[in-house]
Ligand binder design. Structure first.
Ligand SMILES: Cc1cc2nc3c(=O)[nH]c(=O)nc-3n(C[C@H](O)[C@H](O)[C@H](O)COP(=O)(O)OP(=O)(O)OC[C@H]3O[C@@H](n4cnc5c(N)ncnc54)[C@H](O)[C@@H]3O)c2cc1C
Ligand code: FES
Length: 266
């Protein structure tokens, strides 16, 4: 069950250009959180901005810690980036529906693909897949503007014995180009069916969803929209569905993870 808590910042690390990782003592959320779920965070300093901001669970740990990984964009993230160890933090969560690991296709390899700050939930997801579905092979593709945005994450994947394939916009690491282009290079080879889990900017997820559709691979996407409340009270996070049954979904309640085929990508 989601709840509202006053948590404490344990550590605030700078991981690259305007990228921060907050370690937060929040035992209820650490115990209940699933990959793909998110929390609403608000700095305990002052009332501006008034609204909390949504962030994916990047990791949960035993002993009550969670981490979020975020990019500094505006006032909300600037305030979070300025928090020091021991400072209070308003947190609501865990919220939303995470990735569905219930029924991978037999014999499939599973593919994770993340771009920009969409890489944030994928480490937690990879860890859970290895724990719950150890019989499935797992391949990870990560995209970023430049090498510095990915360096720490690549180190983190080391203990999982996963070597992500990487694409950067400036060519400073791995493939010079966009991460969906790696699907042909890395996943087209062995012909094994794949189940894909994706998080990133909308155009990237639309491209991944299309490639998966063409190959008849199932694809789950974690969507990002502006969110004012995070629990279905403001109706501000609507996205159009593809079918007749549901015209609109609310990302905070129905998602943020959806079957890509259920979303209208136009
Ligand atoms: C379910 C969910 C999970 C998320 N997880 C993460 C995460 O793990 N790490 C992370 O860095 N970010 C994540 N985000 C995005 C994050 O919530 C925004 O970056 C944050 O709200 C910006 O707040 P701000 O006050 O700093 O910026 P604001 O002042 O609110 O906005 C600054 C600029 O950023 C743009 N912006 C704000 N929100 C978004 C958004 N959701 N998508 C694209 N552009 C936006 C605004 O249009 C504006 O141009 C997630 C969003 C959702 C909905
Ligand atoms: S964020 Fe308020 S309804 Fe989804």
């Amino acid at each position: 069950m989601p709840g509202q808590f006053l948590a404490t910042v344990e550590k605030n690390e700078s991981l690259g250009p305007a990228i921060c990782r907050l370690t937060i003592l929040a035992p209820e959320i650490a115990a209940a959180g699933q990959p793909g779920q998110f929390v609403m965070l608000r700095s305990g300093r002052g009332l501006d901005p008034l609204l909390s901001r949504p962030f994916s669970l990047h990791q949960t740990f035993p002993h009550g810690r969670i981490q979020v990984l975020f990019k500094v964009l505006g006032e909300g993230t600037r305030k979070l980036a300025a928090l020091g160890a021991g400072e209070p933090l308003g947190i609501v969560g865990p919220l939303g529906r995470g990735f569905d690991l219930a029924a991978p296709r037999a014999g499939a390899r599973l593919g994770l693909i993340g771009g920009g700050m969409g890489v944030a939930p994928l480490f937690f997801l990879a860890r859970e897949i290895q724990r719950r579905l150890p019989e499935f092979g797992l391949d990870v593709l990560l995209g970023a503007r430049a090498k510095q945005e990915l360096e720490q994450l690549l180190i983190d994947f080391g203990p999982l014995k996963i070597e992500p394939r990487v694409a950067t916009d400036d060519g400073s690491l791995g493939h010079h180009g966009l991460v969906p282009e790696l699907i042909e290079k890395e996943w087209g080879k062995d012909g094994k069916l794949r189940q894909v889990f994706c998080c990133g900017p909308w155009p990237m997820m639309a491209a991944v969803a299309q490639r998966c559709r063409e190959r008849d691979w199932s694809c789950q996407v974690s969507l990002e929209t502006m969110m004012a409340c995070g629990f279905s009270a403001c109706l501000g996070c609507a996205v159009a569905g593809s079918g007749q049954r549901e015209r609109y979904f609310h990302v905070c309640k129905d998602g943020p993870v959806f079957n890509a085929a259920d979303i209208s990508w136009e």
